[in-house]
Design a protein around this ligand. Structure first.
Ligand code: HEC
Length: 223
């Protein structure tokens, strides 16, 4: 358990470094969401754990990619019971804690974990109602500009990610088409980090996040 915590710490740090530590400084209009952050992060972590489990089932995944995903999953499994407890779901927390010691090498065990995670997602769904669901021509343009300025350099042309790296950057437009829309939104919520001054939280406003989500779902990378 100490080890899973450790892995999670490392990954958080790495993701924070990779994912636009400077974004906060260059987007002066960004506001911080606060109150619902906990609920959103819990819902996102639950969706990502399911998404990562589904990716692990892909037999074409490289050894390094597999190792990275397994480590990330171990990290999520370490932190999810704590997040569930904080959300008042003591039962869910204790059900999931039981999985910490179980190696996910057995297909039957994996199946049971998928079922548990999807049951927890029913209780802690990602609430898109709280998001500002309006996209105007201006926010669509802004999303494209955010992508081109802050994300494209690492993510465009990355396809499914460098097979030699544990957690490579992947093409965001491709990712958006590979899994459920809401799972990809969860990845956007947790995958974009500000810097340490805001505890590495996602610095985008709801409307920026929404416009970016729509950009990846419905548009294509620039040539
Ligand atoms: C310096 C390179 C870099 C930049 C710039 C960058 N990313 Fe990333 N991003 C990465 C890497 C590497 C990963 C994989 C590591 C991980 O998942 O933590 C990643 C992971 C992600 C993930 C999570 C993927 C998953 O598997 O769950 C999302 C979503 C994401 N980035 C979106 C963005 C967006 C949106 C921007 C621009 C606002 C951006 N990134 C800017 C390198 C970058």
């Amino acid at each position: 358990m100490a080890q899973t915590r450790h892995i999670f710490g490392d990954l958080k740090e790495r993701a924070a470094v990779f994912c636009i530590a400077a974004l906060l400084c260059v987007l002066p209009t960004a506001e911080l969401r606060a109150a619902d952050d906990g609920q959103r992060l819990l819902a996102s972590e639950l969706l990502i754990a399911q998404g990562d489990l589904a990716r692990l089932a892909d037999p074409t995944l490289s050894t390094a990619n597999r190792r990275g995903l397994q480590a990330r999953l171990a990290g999520s499994m370490g932190v999810l019971p704590w997040m569930l407890r904080k959300a008042g779901d003591v039962e869910g927390a204790s059900e999931l804690s039981g999985w910490l010691e179980i190696p996910l090498t057995d297909a039957k065990a994996e199946h049971a974990l998928v079922a548990l995670l999807s049951k927890l997602t029913e209780r802690h769904g990602l609430d898109t109602v709280g998001l500002d669901l309006k996209r105007t021509a201006a926010t669509a343009r802004e999303a494209r500009a955010i992508h081109e300025t802050y994300c494209a350099g690492c993510h465009d042309q990355a396809e499914n990610g460098d097979p030699d790296l544990e957690l490579p950057a992947r093409d965001l437009f491709l990712m958006a088409r590979q899994e459920a829309d809401v799972t990809f939104l969860g990845r956007l919520i947790t995958g974009i980090k500000g810097d340490e001054t805001i505890g590495f939280r996602n610095p985008l406003t709801d409307s920026q996040l929404y416009a970016l989500w729509m950009l990846y779902l419905h548009e294509s990378p620039m040539d």
